[in-house]
Design a protein around this ligand. Structure first.
Ligand SMILES: Cc1cc2nc3c(=O)[nH]c(=O)nc-3n(C[C@H](O)[C@H](O)[C@H](O)COP(=O)(O)OP(=O)(O)OC[C@H]3O[C@@H](n4cnc5c(N)ncnc54)[C@H](O)[C@@H]3O)c2cc1C
Length: 523
């Protein structure tokens, strides 16, 4: 070996120690965990950079007095086997195991495994983990049978609930994946957990200062993954109005009649939690059109749209045409499924939701090849597929059309839909049209006919607002990024993108460092 190649090798070894990168990730829900996983994956291939990752996640305070007996038993069991529920990583609010077992995924296909150690991101990793941990899960969720992939609530009477796992099980899986990732970090990557919330951050040139209540960190990159937050509740409403999540903020203090505002998947599961676990006698589920969500159904046959397509929209890019094409497609699809077409008006104005839901459950039990199941993806992705063809005013029209038909195509989990039907038929649940008036000091519901009501107990399941308003420098010089999403797939792709942007910048920096020979190495 020549003296030059020896020196080159020696210098490379020294240069590898030259670059230090500090990254802060605020929030250890799915977004923060996925970002961490993709960063670790990318930096593994870059041993020339010494990486320190701070993960900021405040401990979760659990109000045990508001938990049902099965929730409390689960908590105790987990504590006994060394799992601290106030400091879990990976699942965030949405997949926290303290939640009741009837908080499930929307459908089997919704669950994706995030196994960064095995480098797997697919639909089977999680279910394999469930099978491997079935004894533990059977103890934690006595109302859930992992071997059948079913979830069943202890108190209800339906015999066969087709469903998927409780979301809390997924939270335990994510925590296990987080621990595995941490245990397999290569030497040049260090992880430091900071059990505090991000309070503020500023970027000056290429340094970001991150502040918590007690610490000030200087980092090269910040990823904000602080997830969802709920609308602020007025102090006058204390004890009367609650947010849907975290669900341990309310419990046996609820009155016998409760109004849940919002009839999406969150509203439905929270209404069922109140009815089944919290001794609430009757729930009114309030939404603008007194309609709810149908369960997700996976068709076994394929169906290709003939009418409701980008090509047909290209010929006439208007909202009116979109509506005509959807009407035509529905008609054709009902025919292909050998089902009588009820007509556009009947589908949009459902007078008796309970009967409508019952028919849907029965029909899809016989065959999952239902027009709504075939058309759910084309409809829900239609706006994104065609928006570039449309002028602004037509874009709004198409959005309005999709919103109008959304109750038919936005789905929830089948176990919840079945429990919901049982509760509607038992008259313990009723759907009403109306809205909550957030600016009123006295909690107020405005009904469609203009009358007002002031229920004693209200749970708001009306959606989320981002945790901290993003105020990132809007330039290519930004070192602050945000990762969030409303599905596991969207979180996954956003986290992968942000990790790849950061590693690209660091790689550029490593190349730069390689050409600047440090003074002590100069000959
Ligand atoms: C009811 C419900 C059901 C859902 N069902 C499905 C489904 O079936 N399938 C699917 O794909 N998706 C589903 N989703 C979407 C789901 O929200 C996302 O997949 C995902 O949970 C979002 O994760 P996140 O990490 O961005 O947010 P979060 O889960 O909210 O996590 C954010 C984390 O940041 C922490 N945090 C907050 N503020 C700070 C701070 N200042 N500093 C540090 N940390 C902070 C929080 O404590 C939390 O741990 C569902 C969502 C909801 C609400």
């Amino acid at each position: 070996m020549s003296i030059y190649s020896f020196l080159w090798g020696f210098m490379l070894t020294r240069w590898r120690c030259n670059l230090r990168v500090r990254i802060a990730i605020a929030g250890a829900g799915v977004s923060g965990f996925a970002t961490l996983g993709y960063l670790v994956e990318a930096f593994k291939a870059m041993p020339s950079a010494g990486v320190l990752i701070y993960l900021l996640q405040p401990p979760r305070e659990i109000h045990t007095e508001n938990l049902s007996a099965p929730q409390r038993d689960r908590l105790i069991h987990l504590k006994n086997i060394g799992i601290n529920l106030s400091q879990l990583f990976g699942g965030g609010h949405v997949y926290h195991p303290v939640q009741p077992s009837l908080f499930t995924f929307n459908g089997n296909s919704a669950a994706r495994g995030f196994n960064f150690v095995a480098q797997r991101y697919d639909t089977s990793d999680y279910f394999e983990w469930v099978q491997a941990n079935r004894r533990l899960l059977a103890t934690l969720y006595p109302d859930f049978a992992p071997e059948k992939g079913q979830q069943r609530h202890r108190d209800h009477t339906l015999n066969d609930i087709q469903g998927t796992t409780p979301r809390g099980v997924y939270g335990l899986y994510l925590h296990a994946q987080f621990l595995a990732l941490k245990a397999h970090l290569p030497e040049h990557i260090a992880l430091q957990i900071i059990p505090e919330a991000l309070q503020t951050f500023t970027q000056i040139e290429q340094k970001v200062t991150v502040k918590t209540n007690t610490q000030k960190l200087s980092v090269d990159y910040l990823v904000q993954a602080t997830g969802h937050r709920f609308a602020a509740l007025r102090s006058e409403w204390v004890g009367h109005v609650f947010n849907a999540y975290p669900c341990d903020r309310y419990g046996y203090n609820l009155p016998p009649q409760v109004t849940v505002v919002g009839a999406g998947p969150a509203g439905i599961e929270v209404a069922l939690h109140a009815l089944h676990n919290l001794n609430v006698a009757q729930v009114t589920l309030l939404s603008r059109r007194a309609q709810s969500r149908l369960p997700q159904v996976e068709p076994t046959e394929s169906y290709e749209c003939q009418w409701f397509t980008r090509e047909k929209m290209r010929l006439q890019p208007t909202a009116k045409n979109a509506k005509a094409l959807l009407q035509q497609e529905l008609k054709v699809c009902y025919q292909a499924c050998n089902l009588p077409y009820p007509g556009w008006d009947a589908l949009l104005k459902i007078e008796d939701y309970s009967t409508f839901l019952e028919n849907y459950l029965q029909t899809t039990n016989q065959s999952p090849n239902h027009p709504f199941a075939h058309l759910v993806r084309p409809v829900m992705s239609f706006y994104d597929q065609v928006k570039d063809l449309l002028p602004a005013v037509e874009q709004i029209g198409v959005l309005q059309l999709i919103n109008q038909v959304k109750p038919l195509f936005a789905t929830q989990s089948r176990p919840c839909a079945e429990l919901m039907l049982a509760a509607l038929q038992a008259k313990r649940l009723r759907l009403m049209a109306g809205e909550f008036l957030p600016e009123q000091v006295t909690p107020t519901i405005l009904h469609l006919d203009g009358t007002q009501a002031h229920p004693d107990g209200i749970i708001l399941a009306t959606g989320f607002v981002p945790s901290i308003p993003p105020f990132y420098p809007q330039s290519s010089d930004t070192r602050c990024y945000s990762v969030m999403g409303t599905s596991l797939s969207s979180v996954h792709s956003r986290a992968a993108n942000v990790a790849s942007v950061i590693t690209r910048l660091v790689r550029r920096q490593t190349l730069h460092v390689s050409f600047v020979i440090s003074p002590d190495l100069q000959m």
